[in-house]
Structure formats: structure tokens, C-alpha cells
Design a protein around this ligand. Structure first.
Ligand SMILES: [Zn+2]
Ligand SMILES: [Zn+2]
Length: 199
């Protein structure tokens, strides 16, 4: 039998998440993109140019970036935004505005990528049963996105959604996605449960 792709394994991991599986996948991917951005790509000339042109980041992603406590990386980026977007706008007597945000764009890219792979992943009967039995419901915005991007997948999962558990990770970990990397906390919990499982 052919081995499962990485994206397939990611989906199966997300079905264990106590909340929307797609939020889990997207937040986890975005978190590692941001980490990479701060540690390796802060001096990437093209990326910096694109951030300046977009006028910085949206409010949520500003906050999320601060949670990494990488003050050097953040200072470099902010100095650039202040010098090249905020001060020139103020000199023109305009209120500086964010036009778009590279992290929002990335988030959308990840959402699309994962949604497009879902129909293939659910063709595997074992994976489909796993989803049916343990996965929590998708959040409303993600249901809408699945409906738009992959209507056939939505048709297949819709009859089961009504019975699904609905919980939001904030209640478990007392944190919002931009507070801390809650997917890490969750993976630790999963590993502990695996260890406790009778052999
Ligand atoms: Zn979601
Ligand atoms: Zn954003």
C-alpha cells in the first residue's frame, strides 16, 4: 500500500484537535512561517519591499508577531515601516493605512492548500472513519470556505457535521491563537496520551 503523504498525516493529526481541524492546520503552518520570517527572512530585500508597499501588517498579525519575543527581528521590520510608511504619510497629512498583510495572504494560501487536499484525504476509508468518529466540527468561516473551494467535499461531510462536537481551543488552553503556540501544547498532550495507552 502506498504511504500517506505529509499533508494526509497532517490532516489526521488535526482530526485529534479539540476544535476546528482547519484552524489548527492553518495556525500551525502560519506560526512556523512567522518563526522562519523572524529568524531568517527579516533581511530579505524583496520581502521587506513588499511589506513596505502593503503598509505593514493587520492588527492580529502585529500582535501575533510580538508573541515570538524576537525584539531584534521585530525592531528591524518596524524601523522600516515607521521610516518608509508612517512618517511619509504623516508628512503628507494622511493617516497611515495598512493596504494588505503578507500573513493574511499566507493564511489564505494555507487554507486553500489544505481544503484542496481534503477530498483526496477523505477518500481513504480509514481516514474518513477517523474524521467521522473523533474530529470536531469546522468553524463557520471554514465551513463556508470548504463549500466554496471544494463543494463536493462539503457535500460528503455535511450529513455528519450536525452531530459533531463543537469546542474552541481557547477554553482548553486559556489562550488565543496569537497568545502562544497552542498547537505545541496540544501535541505534547497527544504524546502523553499515546504513552499512557495500554500496549
Ligand atoms: Zn476553522
Ligand atoms: Zn494579517
Amino acid at each position: 500500500m502506498k504511504g500517506k503523504s505529509l499533508i494526509h498525516k497532517n490532516w489526521e493529526e488535526a482530526f485529534h484537535w479539540e476544535g476546528c481541524p482547519l484552524c489548527y492546520l492553518v495556525q500551525k503552518a502560519l506560526r512556523s512561517y512567522m518563526e522562519n520570517f523572524l529568524y531568517e527572512n527579516v533581511n530579505d530585500v524583496l520581502l521587506r519591499k513588499s511589506i513596505r508597499e502593503k503598509g505593514g501588517f493587520c492588527e492580529n498579525h502585529h500582535l501575533q508577531l510580538l508573541t515570538f519575543r524576537d525584539f531584534l527581528g521585530i525592531s528591524i521590520i518596524y524601523e522600516d515601516i515607521i521610516k518608509n510608511c508612517i512618517i511619509p504619510s504623516l508628512k503628507n497629512k494622511e493617516i497611515p493605512e495598512t493596504k494588505s498583510c503578507i500573513f493574511c495572504e499566507k493564511e489564505e494560501e494555507y487554507e486553500k492548500l489544505y481544503i484542496q487536499s481534503l477530498s483526496e484525504v477523505l477518500k481513504n476509508q480509514e481516514t474518513f472513519n477517523l474524521w467521522k468518529e473523533i474530529a470536531y466540527d469546522f468553524c463557520q468561516p471554514h465551513k463556508e470556505k470548504i463549500k466554496t473551494i471544494s463543494p463536493d467535499t462539503y457535500k460528503r461531510i455535511e450529513p455528519y457535521l450536525y452531530h459533531k462536537k463543537r469546542k474552541y481551543p481557547e477554553y482548553f488552553y486559556e489562550s488565543f491563537s496569537w497568545d502562544k503556540d497552542y498547537s505545541e501544547l496540544f501535541l505534547k498532550k497527544l504524546r502523553i496520551l499515546e504513552l499512557k495507552k495500554p500496549k
